[in-house]
Design a protein around this ligand. Sequence first.
Ligand SMILES: [Zn+2]
Length: 285
Amino acid sequence: MSDREHGCDVVISFDLDAEEVWIGEDPANAERPGTLSQGTYGPKVAVPLLLDLLRRLELPATFFVPGRVAERHPHRVEQILAAGHELGHHGWTHTSPLRLTPAQEEDELVRGLDMLTSLGGEVVGYRSPAWDFSPVTLDLLTRHGFRYSSNLMDDIRPYRHATHNIVELPVHWTLDDAPHFWFSLASWDRTIRTSAEVRALWEEEYAGCSCSRCTRRSSAAQVACGCSSRSCAGCATSPGHASRPHATSPRRSRSPLMRAVPPLRRRVSTHRRVSAGSAWCARAG
Ligand SMILES: [Zn+2]
């Protein structure tokens, strides 16, 4: 979607991992209903809430879904499509390509693609489980007709891969809710963050892509400047860096996206790997 107020294009996406992320971590989890229920929460509770939220805010989104999740919860996937959202590929099982042979990786890609398209999805985007690539991932995406990937972390703006006709929509763990809320019995050292903390992180990243004072694009944390408007770190520390005057304070010009952020709280987001991550933005013009 396009945030015209801030001159940004923004993707809101969710990874509907459901039970597969737990089985992918440890196949023995398939026999642990309590552990699996953390994943079942996604299609059972979170997706209907998210679809209702997106409908009320008139926001389009992309749901990346493993094929086996679509096989287990076809009705939910059909509801996502019926609501007009995009379906993206997220593996067959939730297994990192780094743990697969090239033949296994292609088999995962084909089986997932077949499953998602059988439910009516036109699938052209790929998000790897674990956001990781093997040396052959781009070759496979090209061979099977994908047009974009959303996996790498080397930029804050979309770009086309130099070696393949695949557009990359960059991601980062900061913009994913899983690192902030993920919890399992095997990792009690992980701290569960408050929604307010995560919202502040996301707002800083979003503002970092659209400094109100200059044309500089930065993902660095924003700092408040003396006039109560926000600017990038360069503008705040070096007034001469600014190439255009202050814009309206972001507090008075909150975009539809930022107004959408507060409801994406713990009770609404699945926090079981339905991710609000991978929101990227790029200054237009
Ligand atoms: Zn995932």
